[in-house]
Design a binder for this molecule. Structure first.
Ligand code: ADP
Length: 261
């Protein structure tokens, strides 16, 4: 795998929280603009840890993480925030802030020394809120929103950074099926139309199979497979990943539906 040509590439990375227990091992990963990549795997397989290494929140013990062909560690926090944005699994404690203020927080890497939001910052925030359909409640606080609406606000905040890479940790985990679909469709639009590289950790194999351009399967801190859904959604690979028997059902789409037993 050539690491140079990808917007984000991890080569042979290893990471341990404590010296005797490696959480990531020999992990190769690549993301390109214009693609939605879903990382799947059982709980504890290292998905969040991988995201945090890709973000530079955790420093890898060995291997490399290259963002736009430069090592992650060569980026200042400000430059990094203009390139890569993160939507964490649990919304921040910004409940008391109104939506517009939260989205404007995403402008911190772009605003001037005084950190005051100018006309352009408000215009970018408006665009991010339009994209995520959150403009209608721009004056409400996060505490006054449903889970799906709050998640879209967190995505709007990330978009206000105008990143080239967007990483999301289980963005649909507490959402009903309609909101899950809305988030997946939004991720596809962002990946294909913006375009940016969108990397999402998830648990729904069927949603990932339907919407992702690529799927990464992880188990025990290793990447078992990365490829197009049709290449990765296979009974043997899914059994290796999740340790369950799976059945693939042809529903007439590009990718079969997965039923686990
Ligand atoms: P996933 O996102 O796939 O559920 P994680 O990356 O959260 O997996 O966790 C992978 C492993 O690392 C688990 O065994 C977990 O207990 C451990 N782990 C996660 N975060 C920490 C931490 N802050 N300190 C120590 N161990 C951690």
């Amino acid at each position: 795998m050539s690491e140079r040509s990808h917007i984000l590439a991890a080569g042979d990375i290893a990471f341990a929280y404590s010296p005797d227990e490696k959480v990531l091992n020999d992990v190769d990963f690549a993301a390109d603009a214009g693609r939605l990549i879903c990382i799947l795997g059982p709980n504890g397989s290292g998905k969040t840890t991988l995201l945090r290494c890709l973000l530079g929140q955790l420093k890898v013990d060995s291997g490399s993480v290259l963002l736009d062909s430069s090592p992650l560690k060569s980026y200042s926090p400000r430059r990094l925030a203009r390139m890569m944005a993160y939507v964490p699994q649990f919304p921040t404690s910004a409940f008391a802030f109104v939506v517009r203020e939260i989205v404007l927080l995403g402008r911190y890497a772009h605003t001037g020394v005084m950190g005051l939001a100018g006309e352009e910052d408000h215009a970018v925030a408006d665009e991010a809120m339009k994209m995520t359909e959150t403009l209608a409640f721009a004056r409400r606080t996060l505490a006054e929103l449903s889970g799906g609406e709050a998640q879209r606000v967190m995505i709007a905040r990330a978009l206000a950074q105008q990143p080239k890479v967007l990483l999301l940790d289980e963005p649909t985990s507490h959402l009903d099926v309609k909101n899950q679909l809305a988030i997946y469709r939004m991720m596809v639009r962002l990946a294909h139309d913006w375009p940016m590289a969108v990397v999402c950790v998830g648990h729904d194999i069927n949603l990932a199979g339907r919407f992702a351009d690529e799927i990464v399967l992880m188990r025990n801190g290793r990447v078992i497979a990365q490829g197009r859904p049709g290449e990765v959604i296979r009974t043997d690979l899914l059994k290796d990943t999740y340790d369950v028997e799976v059945e693939l059902i042809d529903t007439g789409g590009n990718v079969p539906m997965v039923v686990a037993h």
